[in-house]
Design a protein around this ligand. Sequence first.
Ligand code: PLP
Length: 366
Amino acid sequence: MIYLDNAATTKPCAEAVKAAAECAELCFGNPSSLHKMGIEAEKVLTGAKKVILQRLGKEGELYFTSGATESNNLAVFGAVNALKRRGNRIVTTAIEHPSVAEPMKRLREQGFEVAELKPCEHEDLEQAIIDAVDDKTILVSCMAVNNETGFIVDTKRVYNGVKKKSPKCVVHSDGVQGFCKVPISADLISISAHKIHGMKGVGALYKAKDTRLLPAVYGGGQQGGLRSGTEPVELIAAFGAAVRAYPENFTRFSELKEHLLKPLSELSGVTVNTKNSQNSVPNIVNFSVKGVRSEIMLHFLEERGIFVSSGSACSRGKVSTVLSALGFSAAEADSAIRVSFCRDNTKEEIDLLAEGISDGIKRFRR
Ligand code: PLP
């Protein structure tokens, strides 16, 4: 099996599996319990929190959630509900994951003014976001790395520019694809464990100390009342272990990307959908194969044991609106393949992928 769909999810690493198993075996107490078992479980949360905050390079607060979908919902609705008396304008981009885009749709229906910027209409997206902020803007939400193409948004520039213009405006970043790969600047950052070799079902929301947020879930008051519900200690232990095991300054992704781009550039009718390679992470490559629909190529490769994605795993066959917002044509979007690496992938695997694409073109191109 050659697994090249790591932006959809990653295989839990050995360290994460071990941490979860040990925790389930030895440390299964409820972190809210006052006895020793509870205190031991609480220590697991504190340890994981520390390592995650360290990797984010932040000193604020961290709240565990069921994944980044929940983190994004908590960030967007939580910030808007806390700040709506101050204004009703929100600025976001047209390339956000559905877990930001859908909450934005609901807020628009509720009467909020949501400015959704398309990268294809703004040469300098970061400046456009800053320019779109006015004194009624309460929230800016902009992802750090796009999940379909690997496109990077300079969140530091956005954050500094927005804060200079409107210090009280809250800046959120969906950091799922950027976490452990690029620096992320925001008051609120959503992350997910299963994208970095942790387990599915756990994520986190980073919150800068003075950022106001209302809860989306009410109950037993865990995690300072901001996210009630018993914390999944085993999954959180695995999350911490996965972060600890994730290498810093990993250069192999760039080598793998270069290794793939070379044969792709030699195939006729193949275009790489990341126009500026400096503007994209090296672990995601999105390309279109003229005359071969994504799903046809995906299943052809699958027959050879090679697993890739057609755009975003969450869009399941729907033509990507993200690619269109990034300026790619409907034909390019319809034939787009996303390849995403993890640290275990090899150049030999990339060779087999390139051979598979070439054979797929010979077989299917109309
Ligand atoms: N945001 C981005 C950019 C993603 O790629 C994903 C997952 O595909 C999510 C959010 C949702 O994360 P989760 O699966 O943890 O809910």
